[in-house]
Structures are given as structure tokens and as C-alpha cells.
Design a protein around this ligand. Sequence first.
Ligand SMILES: Cc1cc2nc3c(=O)[nH]c(=O)nc-3n(C[C@H](O)[C@H](O)[C@H](O)COP(=O)(O)O)c2cc1C
Length: 321
Amino acid sequence: MQSKLDFSQNRLCQLLNIKFPIIQGGMVWCSGWKLASAVAEAGGLGLIGSGSMRPDLLREHIRKANQATKKSFGVNIPLFYKYSEDFIQIILEEGVRYVVTSAGSPKKYTQTLKSAGVIVGHVVPSSVLALKCQDAGVDFVVCEGFEAGGHNGIDEITTFCLVPQVAKIIELPLAAAGGIGTGAQILAAQVLGADGVQIGTRFACTEESSAHPAFKQTIMNSHEASTVLTLKKLTPVRLAKNAFYQKICELEARGEDSVDNLKALLGTGRARKGIFEGDLEEGELEFGQIGSMVRDCPSVSEVMERLMDEYLKSKQKLVAV
Ligand SMILES: Cc1cc2nc3c(=O)[nH]c(=O)nc-3n(C[C@H](O)[C@H](O)[C@H](O)COP(=O)(O)O)c2cc1C
């Protein structure tokens, strides 16, 4: 079925040298070299999520991914992360070809990376920030609606509203993110003006994801309303409504949700606890609304095949309407 698909004229595929217009979003504690290289092998852009790594570990993951695939993989850097400066150095030394930055200003490293020949994308939650990406000289933009798992925009703009507005005002190749986990949703994103998509939650629940089995099971058991955008005063994040989230609610109900109190409650290592160690009560369980459509944990190649089969079927169905 996939053989009927030809994305050779797709701008995002051309830019990233990929077969299908699918980027696997960088994900703390999920997307190491295994996931990134599996996605690359299956025809998408795989991203190593550096946001949970120390510099030496990132270097190791880049080298392992390089051994595992000759196809397109890159690194995601959340710019607020304390090692981001070190990561840039490592990326340049290791000859990484693709970088997607997030959670910070696209101006920070884009020119440094580009002058070394790296293709740079940046993740944004709004049209205003998409324009800033264009000014900063990035090569492509990922616009992410607030359905998405993980850290997110504060203004709660949905993917369906964001994509067409960003597509209208920027010239650059555009990937839509947030709430995408089926081929029909990829097609819908393209109809709205995106060239392709960035997918997180669906890939977090694959064999190659390094997340804890209990975290993956939580995604598989989730329903539409299992997650919420919270910690808005601190760093807005979409996560599951578990015991940790209830503690946030209690602080809020008592009117004690100052930034300092929220920081103290969050502490350090909550995402590791939840996603990597499988502590379903005290951990931060980051995943998106699309979790309620993720009912199994197959291999990456199986997911990619399904996505593209569904995409083709949806396209044929659309023609028949
Ligand atoms: C477990 C998890 C961890 C994430 N970590 C990061 C991260 O480190 N950096 C980043 O830019 N985005 C991160 N994200 C967002 C994804 O890269 C992606 O944009 C998002 O998941 C897309 O929405 P979806 O979850 O609806 O597919 C994370 C998402 C999840 C589910």
C-alpha cells in the first residue's frame, strides 16, 4: 500500500531527506537513539530528545544512532535546559544534520547551527512565535497545538486553529503537532496547510520508546479527558491527572500556588519518575489527548505502516465524498 505514496515533491520531505512527512518529536525519557533510529529507518525524521540527558550521554546516543542508521535523524533541544549550550557544541562536533529547538527563542542558536550546515526547525505554540522563527532564519517550523503531550503553550490554541493561521503567514515548510496519531489526522493537517506532522504520544508508546511499560500502559488505558494542561504559572505542561496532579490542584484550591510553592512541589526529577521509572502516582506523566486513540504498543515500523495505510485510505475516501 505504501508504495502508492510518493512524497518526493513534499517540501518537508525534500528538506529533511525523508520518505514520509513525519517527524518523531523529541521526548524526554522516551526518545533515545533506539526510537530515533527506528523512525529514521522507517522513513521519518527521528529525534533524540536531549532534554533528559547529560552532555556525555547525548554524545553516546548520537554515536549509537549513527551506527544504527544512515537515514535522517537529529536532536531536539529544549532551550531552557541547563546543558543546551554544551549540546550545541556536541552536535557540531558529531556532525548532526538536523536539530529541532523548542521552549526558548529561535534566535539563540539558529545561526550558529546553520553556519555549520545544520538544518534547523523550531517548535512554536502560536502565530506570533512562528513569525519570530522566520525572522530568526530557521529552515522549518513545527506548530504545536495544546492537545500535545509535554510542555506546551499557555494560550491553549488547538492544532486545528493554529495550523491554518501559521500556514497563511509563513513561507517555510510547516509541520503540525498536537493530537495527531492516525493517517487521517496527518491528511487533515495537510488540508489545513501543513506540509507534514510531528508526532509524540503515538511514538512514546512503541517498542523502541525507552519509557517505562507502566507509563505506556497508562497511555493505552487513557480516555479523552485523562490529561490536562497544568502548571501554567510555572511551565505549562500537559500530563495525566494522577496523584501528583491532585497535589497541584490542592495548592491552587488553597490559593497557595505561587511560583515558589509550585517549584517546591514539582521538585526535580518528576518526569523521570513518571515516564522512565513508572511511578504512576508521584511522577509527571506527560502525554497528549491523542493517548485515548493509542491502544497498543507496536514497533515503530508497524506504526509507520499503519499511518501511511490510513493516510492513503483517507485520501481515497475523501475523493469519493
Ligand atoms: C513524553 C513526552 C515527552 C516530551 N518531551 C519533549 C521534549 O523534550 N522536547 C520537546 O520539544 N517536546 C517534547 N514533547 C512534545 C513532542 O515532541 C511532540 O511535539 C508532541 O508530543 C506532539 O503532540 P502529541 O503528543 O499529541 O503527538 C514531549 C511529549 C511527550 C509525550
